[in-house]
Design a protein around this ligand. Sequence first.
Ligand code: TXA
Ligand code: MG
Length: 332
Amino acid sequence: MVTHDAAVAAAALRAGGLVAFPTETVYGLGASVAHPDAVARIFAAKGRPTGHPLIVHGADASVLDRYGRDVPTAARRLAARLWPGPLTLVVRRSAAVPDVVTGGRDTVGLRVPDQPLALAMLRETGAGVAAPSANPFGRTSPTTAAHVAADLGDRVDVILDGGPCGVGLESTILDLTVSPPVVLRTGGVPAEVLEEVLGGPVERVATGPARAPGMLAAHYAPAARVVVADAADAPAVVARSLADGLRVAVLADPSVPVPGGALPLRPAGTGVAHYARALYELLRRADAEGAQLVVAVPPPAGGLGDAVRDRLRRAAADQPGEAPGGPPAASA
Ligand code: TXA
Ligand code: MG
């Protein structure tokens, strides 16, 4: 059932239902943390391995003390400056978080989304809402209610339709249980902004053994194969693939020319914010149009560009554990 009414979604959550809801990043597939059995159904609905921890969403920064413990000052400062917003803070978890949410680990990811319907739903639910992105495991995240309906329609009780997501890719995940804090996943808040708020460095990428199960290299993938090429190389890659008889699409900023014979996948405007917002929608369009290969010309590095480049790299990786050009970070 699709609704635009946050109260309907909240009632379903309070009753132990599964609700897909909009955030500023991507749509989430939520269950109330007061219903561990409902949280368990999220994993089945997504086809996601249990043990991958879920983010707990709340209406305001009180989630830090309700679901976290030993919350560091840095987390409070970031929450005060950047919540609501596309930032997930990993802190020690309190006893109010059931094991099923975090896969039993001692930490929990907390976030206050910057989306009015989501905030209204969260306020009315009265408990945290555990939610991953509302896509089948490994696929591109949904950025419209129609994406959710197409992917998971019969497996959710309610879809709260809040229109297209403004940011378009997932939250930045910052682990504050270590010093300096570590960015586990690049996302809507650039690392530069975190450093400015904290007045000190953050580590950019998780190194060593994965800190969270779910940090897979291959992810966010359409059915079409994805290759990443810079603007100078793209025409040759396209020409070669067309000569091989492939249906080729080119994903690039509108300022980058698309070679003839390829399907253009264009964000609505120039600049990285447009690119991020359109990214998953355009990868889905590639599949809908029957493209066999997507040649993606990434935006420049830095700021939000880092998150777009990360997602393109994962969409292009075909084996979990192999991220061309970069070590793995959190995904799913
Ligand atoms: O923007 C977002 O973050 C979206 C919206 C719905 O809020 N959610 C999202 O959730 O992307 P998901 O489950 O698709 O990705 C969350 C990532 C996973 O890779 C998970 O392993 C990591 O966050 N994560 C969650 N809790 C964690 C924890 N306690 N420690 C380390 N990583 C954690
Ligand atoms: Mg996900």
